[in-house]
Design a protein around this ligand. Sequence first.
Ligand SMILES: NC(=O)c1ccc[n+]([C@@H]2O[C@H](COP(=O)([O-])OP(=O)(O)OC[C@H]3O[C@@H](n4cnc5c(N)ncnc54)[C@H](O)[C@@H]3O)[C@@H](O)[C@H]2O)c1
Ligand SMILES: [Zn+2]
Ligand SMILES: [Zn+2]
Length: 363
Amino acid sequence: MKAAVLHALNEPLDVTDVEVEGPRAGEVRVSIRATGVCHSDLSAIEGKIPFITPMVLGHEGAGVVEEVGPHVRRVVVGDHVIVSWVATCNRCFFCLHGQPQLCQSGMAAFGSMDDGTTRLRLNGDVLYHGLNAATFAETTILRDTAVVPIPKDIPFNVAALVGCGVTTGVGAAIHTAQVQPGERVAVIGCGGVGISVIQGCRLAGAATIIAVDPVAGRRQAAQRFGATNALEAGDGAIAEVQALTDGLGADAVFEVVGHPALQRQAYEMTRAGGRTILVGVPGMDAELCVNSFFMTIGEKTVRGCFYGSARPDRDFPWILELYRAGRLDLDSMVTQTLPLERINEAFDAMRKGEQLRTVVSVS
Ligand SMILES: NC(=O)c1ccc[n+]([C@@H]2O[C@H](COP(=O)([O-])OP(=O)(O)OC[C@H]3O[C@@H](n4cnc5c(N)ncnc54)[C@H](O)[C@@H]3O)[C@@H](O)[C@H]2O)c1
Ligand SMILES: [Zn+2]
Ligand SMILES: [Zn+2]
């Protein structure tokens, strides 16, 4: 079967034939139909997020269950599913304390199955499964807890987006920041994830949603998806956010790019008593530098956000319900569809800030 392989950092992906083993106990084989391209894939290619090579990337996918291994009860052959890139164990501290997105087994096994082996091979050698998912492929093997069944009438390209960007963004607004009706928020970075934060804030009833991005097309998109104001990125945006919020700063500010200087900007745009939410993934050695005097006397909260603090089993279905009800616009987020062979064009577009979300249509 064909898959897009990252052989070494900073190289284009190589769409080539790879070998795939059948599912073992507790695993399923999924025929991928559509897979979105998320900035975390680009960060993996660039070495910003550490990954082992050779690896099949892709973690925002949807498809059809083709085969199930022994002891699988969650899905049957023929089910349509969204891939969750955190495969929860339902036993660890985090799973038992209502934070399955932080599941230790899912984190420990980034690249291989639970037993440390892979089901993918390249010319007989080990080939790793990126982010537990490896969706840039015609077929992938997943733990059964990494698939969530969905209704069959949901288009695959929309379902794919829910596997990462949409759930992360909407979850950041609803779960992590718990945006309240009437609040004033700002969102730095209006790509696929940032636009989903904006949609989540709109759904939560935010009165003012300020979008910040250097790309004019992204600012226009942000306004189509619910932003009430759009600002050109830069240090000047801090004063502009203050001016739009009676000089106080916003109730919640989301950094959705992944850069310490922008995390600091987000913090400075946040009002006393407000929340700064870090969604963008910075480099491994990044450090947040903010004035802690005003943090103490201003009671500000800085909070990380992983996978929108979501529980895929619970949250994918209601996100799809909102889509079906016309309250979450996912169709317009897909601005380009490419075949797997042309996947590198998706990264070219992402580097230039072109296209909102590219979806690779696989089979
Ligand atoms: N926390 C999580 O669980 C999680 C999940 C998915 C993605 N992410 C991360 O979210 C981030 C965004 O992902 P995406 O897929 O939306 O990326 P994207 O490439 O689609 O969008 C990034 C946006 O940031 C904008 N930007 C660049 N420089 C900027 C600046 N100086 N100020 C303001 N905006 C700027 C770009 O113009 C673009 O619109 C990445 O860091 C990604 O790794 C995190
Ligand atoms: Zn992602
Ligand atoms: Zn767990």
